[in-house]
Structure formats: C-alpha cells, structure tokens
Design a protein around this ligand. Structure first.
Ligand SMILES: Nc1ncnc2c1ncn2[C@@H]1O[C@H](COP(=O)(O)OP(=O)(O)OP(=O)(O)O)[C@@H](O)[C@H]1O
Ligand SMILES: [Mg+2]
Length: 295
C-alpha cells in the first residue's frame, strides 16, 4: 500500500514544488511507482512535469483536482503519466477552494489553532460540509494501492487544500530555507498539525522531518539556523535530514524548461543533493514504518 506524503509549509517559496518533483523523479529512477498530486492553483508542479501538461488558465473541460475535490470525478479517472511517474493535475480554478479560506494568512497570526478549529466547525455548520477536509483521504484510500509513494505538493497557506493533504497523509515533509521566516512557519505548521490531530484523532500523520533547502554552507547564519531547526525538530519528535539541498542557479531556471530539475541539470549540486536525499528519505520512512508496526 502506497505511503502518502504531504510536502507542506504554510510559507510560500521554500522549495515545496522543487522537492516534490525532484523526489518523485529520484524515486521513479529507482524503480518506485510514484503518484504526484498538485494541490496548488499556481500549477508549478504540472509545469515541470512535462511540456503541455499544465491545464490552461480557465480550462474547465480537463479533469483536475478541483473536480476530484468537488466530487465530479474520481482521482483514478484524472491521473495522467508525466516525466516523473503519474500526476494528478491542479487547475488555477482550485482557488475556488483556496478561496474558501479558513482564515487569510494575515489573520492567521491573530488566531490560536484551537480558534482555527473552532472556526472550522462553525464554517462546516454554515454549509461547508462536515467531511470537506476528508475528501482526498477517501479518494486516496482506493488509489494508494497502485503506488509505492504518493507525494502531494501544497499551496502556501492554511486552506481546505492544505488541510485535506495533512488529513490524508501518513507523513509530512517540511522544506525550509535556513532563515527566520521559515523557522516561524515551521512553528505555525506544528501548531496546525497538533490542532488538526486534536479534532481528527484518526489522522495517521507523522512528521518525517525538516529538509533544509537553498543551503549555503559558507553562510554562518544559515548554519546557525540549522542548529535551531535541530533543537526544534527534537521538540517536535522528528529530525532535520542530514542531507541539505545546496543553493543552485539551476533551481531558479528549471521551471522555464518545463521539466524537472533532475532532467534539466542532472549533475548540478541541487540535483545530486536531491538524489542523495531520496536515499535518506527512504531509510527514514522505512524506520518510521517499522516503528509504526510495533505500535
Ligand atoms: N536549492 C535552491 N537553490 C536556489 N534557489 C532555490 C532552491 N530551492 C528553492 N529555490 C528558490 O525558491 C523558489 C521557489 O521554489 P519552489 O517553487 O520549489 O517553492 P514553493 O515552496 O513550491 O513555492 P510556492 O509556495 O510559491 O508554491 C525557486 O524558484 C528558487 O528561486
Ligand atoms: Mg510550489
């Protein structure tokens, strides 16, 4: 049965999409069967999945995750092959869902997670539907058997999309730059996870770890942040992955090439780091699965 991983950080531009696409590419190269799901109306994952795959703006006829979430089609019926395994594409109209913000990002700072969950249940009562946060989990329950891994790329804020992804996932992988804004976002995400678990005790979610991206070992402040992350990870019962993803120009360029980083710049530093990270990720997940099976 496939392992479901949400690649999440409520902060934008921290390497979620490059991590999903590169990890999917590395795992596919190793022979694993991988489904990548784009849950971000920006559709960047679809762009790097291969030329012509991203659904054009405003296109309502091509089946996307929006149709799945609205219950108009099953996940199985809209999956397409791509450069790194299989792909479930986003539509820019997914913002019809992200538009249903629990709260806006600017408001988030003023709420505790308990208040967010309270808000959630109030909004369900207002007609959101009590199971809207479980749609993806239920769709994945029949599809996961076809894969070794399901990787989800999420949008950078707390919406029904991110919540669906966290509720459906076995593991969350947190990409983060070694800088203050990313540190604060990790704390925010941890609060979100604790709050969601309190309201959804059947969630399986565990934190696989923090992956430091855009890393520059010569930057002393960045090295300090890694130490801070290690202390935070300990408190969160998780790890900072040993493999860091080095800063690389190719990561700023590959999107334009409409292919994943491992194809665009196979021997670049960041690609080599992602390949090596894939090995560490597999070891970590195997260990965590073993721990899970021993209760
Ligand atoms: N290893 C890296 N080296 C250099 N730049 C990087 C690296 N990782 C990420 N970046 C920069 O961060 C940008 C955002 O990366 P990416 O699109 O993967 O982030 P994201 O978290 O998915 O963003 P969003 O929240 O907008 O979806 C890249 O376009 C690139 O400029
Ligand atoms: Mg992204």
């Amino acid at each position: 049965m496939g392992i479901i991983v949400s690649v999440t950080n409520q902060k934008g531009g921290v390497g979620k999409t490059v991590t999903v696409s590169s990890l999917a590419a590395a795992l596919t190269q190793k022979g694993y069967k991988v489904l990548s799901i784009d849950l971000d109306p920006q559709r960047n994952l679809d762009v790097v999945a291969g030329k012509g795959l991203a659904i054009p703006l405003g296109d309502k006829s091509t089946k996307s995750m929006l149709d799945v979430l609205k219950g108009n089609c099953s996940l199985e019926d809209m999956i397409v092959p791509c450069g790194f395994g299989d792909l479930a594409r986003a539509s820019n109209l997914l913002s019809q869902w992200t538009g249903r913000h629990l709260i806006t990002r600017s408001e988030y700072e003023n709420f505790t997670i308990e208040e967010v969950c309270q808000l959630m249940s109030e909004r369900y009562d207002q007609g959101w539907g009590t199971d809207d946060h479980k749609v993806l989990r239920s769709e994945l329950s029949s599809v996961r058997k076809n894969y070794d891994f399901v990787l989800m790329d999420t949008n950078p804020s707390l919406t029904l999309l991110t919540i669906n992804s966290l509720v459906a996932a076995d593991y969350v992988l947190i990409p983060a730059f070694a800088e203050a804004a990313s540190r604060d976002a990790i704390t925010e995400l941890w609060d979100t996870i604790k709050g969601l678990k309190a309201y959804n005790p059947d969630m399986r979610l565990k934190i696989a770890g923090i992956l430091v991206t855009k890393f520059n070992a010569r930057n002393r402040a960045a090295k300090k942040f890694v130490e801070v992350y290690e202390r935070m990870a300990k408190r969160m019962g998780t790890i900072v992955f040993k493999q860091k993803i080095r800063q690389g120009v190719a990561v700023t360029e590959y999107l334009l090439s409409q292919q994943d980083l491992l194809k665009y710049d196979a021997y670049g530093n960041a690609s080599l780091d992602y390949k090596s990270f894939a090995n560490e990720f597999l070891t970590r997940i195997n260990l965590m699965e073993e721990e899970r099976s021993h209760g």
